[in-house]
Write a protein that binds this ligand. Structure first.
Ligand code: AMP
Length: 117
């Protein structure tokens, strides 16, 4: 069996991190190295290494991940169109992926540049 990811350990409460939101499919907690005033990770409880490796069986999990991201944005008060947030998924080296456990970055609280670097 492959080694458990750091995100599994957070979800299983082996590594302490305040859980901001969770449901049947996913959990959300603050990024340890925030890139914006709001930087939350939304992580599926089922380990999918990266989005391009998801399968048809993961469809419900993937949908739940986006729904959860929207809920977290509302909970944190950044979902108004006059403010806003960005969701980011990094897949692989060139995108800067560092943790091989699918996660959505939710960034908000400042003006975010486009295109990203
Ligand atoms: P990525 O580069 O897309 O794979 O994102 C991984 C993210 O996980 C990075 O933004 C890290 O700062 C974050 N991270 C790594 N370890 C932890 C941790 N223990 N708690 C919270 N966030 C973490």
């Amino acid at each position: 069996m492959s080694e458990r990811t750091i995100f599994q350990k957070i979800i299983d409460r082996e590594i302490p991190a305040p859980i901001l939101y969770q449901d049947e499919h996913c959990a959300a907690f603050n990024d340890i190295n925030p890139q914006a005033p709001v930087h939350v990770l939304i992580v599926p409880k089922k380990v999918i290494p990266r989005v391009g490796e998801a399968t048809r069986e993961d469809q419900a999990t993937l949908g739940a991940l986006l729904l959860a991201a929207g809920k977290v944005a509302t909970l944190l008060g950044v979902s108004e169109r006059t403010q806003g947030f960005r969701l980011v998924i990094n897949h692989g080296r060139d995108a800067g992926e560092t943790v091989p456990h699918l996660h959505v970055h939710l960034l908000a609280g400042r003006t975010l540049e486009w295109p990203p670097g």
